[in-house]
Write a protein that binds this ligand. Structure first.
Ligand SMILES: *Cc1c(COP(=O)(O)O)cnc(C)c1O
Length: 441
């Protein structure tokens, strides 16, 4: 499979090269040259297949020629090695719990898959893999995080040979669990604690990628959802959800808490490959330029506004171009498969509280946005049923969730151990030169 750039100004590349590069040189996103079609018998009998087998069949058409079956099966097995249960919340609504991975976030899936693919891709050294004349054999993954991405990336890449990870996070602005996840691994993971905001961190990282003096000395790549190796494996759990869906003759509506739109875009890709889906809902907080787009057919980026569901505070969703690509830029087709809802912080709070009281289910702020958006859709589509993606464990957002429910959230096993570990980070000011000298040191 070859991947072309959505800007169509850069040459097509293989899966491995797309994994190393992240973004295309013309600043477009890599997109598969065709969408594979899964066998109808496989979908019909999906309950008979293990999660490993499902994931392998979904991803193999994208990667197949470039890795041995054995390697790809091993990577897939390591990626989906934790439960992803579909939990009933009400008669019509279920929660797909994506938070049972090592950092309690759905990003664990993409990060684990990508890290292992990157290790395979640089197996022969970067110079050979990219033919760009690079001579160093190590690659540095540079990421800015507002909380969730950093932990998943740190964990996914921990101990991966030939890869060093540098994570920038805003000092004092991530939750205690998130900070421990970023700063206690050691090894090939370095945490830079920036005395500034997330926007400062992101601006510093962007500048590093554009600094030719730096990139000549250090091979940098990013680990965000632009990367095909992080984006594509997110299809897996839509199939796992359908496997657990009881009423196969009436496919589910999927409501996806969305920020950069990588997750929902993977779901739409899964549908185009043959997964039965009734409809998609982009569940957004007040950063809702996609809702506006569906009304006006015009995408107008806005500055991001901080909310309770902060992993979705994105004013210019980078993966939206891929959704347009899937539908061949045909607005009516897109609109018939996708709706969007805007949920305020007050509504998010009220939903967490109401769902907890009425059903006993505890949603995190992101899942709550997904749940309320789904309820709104079902109100006008009687008889349908749906799934919201619960993208993070509520314990990652303790200030808001504990305040809203008035109850402490017990720490899950996966994080209890790290809360006692010592934090190791390097404090730097919010200026690019500080980052540059750190990276060149
Ligand atoms: C990253 C994240 C999202 C948004 O996912 P996108 O793929 O960027 O749309 C939603 N919820 C949580 C908890 C996240 O960490």
């Amino acid at each position: 499979m070859q991947f072309y750039s959505t800007n169509k100004q850069s040459p097509s590349v293989s899966f491995k090269e797309a994994t190393i590069k992240g973004q295309a040189p013309d600043k477009g996103l890599y997109f598969p040259e065709y969408i594979p079609q899964l066998d109808a018998g496989f979908i019909k009998n999906i309950e008979q297949y293990s999660n490993e087998e499902i994931a392998y069949r979904v991803i193999a058409p994208y990667v197949g020629e470039e890795m041995t079956e054995e390697t790809l099966r091993r990577i897939v097995g390591e990626t989906v090695s934790f439960p992803i249960p579909l939990v009933p919340v009400t008669e019509a609504i279920s929660s797909l719990e994506l938070f049972h991975g090592p950092t309690l976030a759905f990003k664990d899936i993409g990060a684990r898959f990508m890290s292992r693919c990157l290790r395979e891709a640089i197996g022969g050294g970067i110079g050979q893999a990219t033919s760009s004349g690079q001579t160093n054999t190590a690659i540095t993954v540079l990421v800015a995080t507002s909380g969730d991405t950093g932990g998943a990336v740190a964990n996914g890449f921990y101990g991966v040979e030939g890869v060093e990870v540098v994570i920038l996070y805003p000092s004092g602005k991530v939750s205690p669990v998130q900070e421990k996840q970023l700063t206690t691994l050691g090894g090939n993971i370095r945490a830079l604690e920036v005395e500034g905001t997330f926007d400062d961190c992101q601006a510093m990282v962007k500048q590093a990628f554009m600094d030719q003096e730096l990139t000549a000395k250090r091979f940098l790549t990013s680990a965000n959802s632009i990367n095909v190796a992080r984006w594509l494996p997110q299809q897996f759990y839509y199939f796992f959800a359908y496997k657990q869906w009881k009423e196969k003759e009436q496919p589910p509506v999927f409501s996806v808490p969305s920020g950069n739109f990588g997750n929902i875009c993977a779901g739409i890709l899964a549908m185009q490959s043959g997964l039965p889906v009734n409809h998609f809902i982009a569940a957004c907080n007040v950063n809702d330029i996609v809702s506006d787009y569906l009304l006006t057919a015009e995408l107008k980026p806005k500055p991001a506004v901080p909310t309770l569901s902060n992993a979705m505070d994105v004013g210019n969703p980078s993966n939206f171009v891929r959704i347009l690509e899937i539908f061949g830029n045909r607005f009516p087709d897109l609109k018939s498969r996708l709706s969007a809802y805007t949920i305020t912080d007050a509504e998010t709070e009220a939903t967490i509280k109401r769902i907890r009281e009425e059903t006993g289910y505890l949603a995190d702020p992101h899942g709550a946005v997904g749940c309320l958006a789904l309820e709104r859709y079902l109100q006008t589509h009687q008889g349908q049923k749906g799934i919201f993606l619960e993208t993070a464990h509520p314990v990652k957002f303790p200030e808001s969730v504990e305040r809203i429910t008035g109850q402490p959230i017990p720490l899950p096993e996966a994080v209890r151990a790290i809360m006692h570990r010592e934090k190791t980070s390097t404090l730097i000011g919010p200026d690019y030169e500080a980052l540059k000298s750190y990276l060149l040191d």
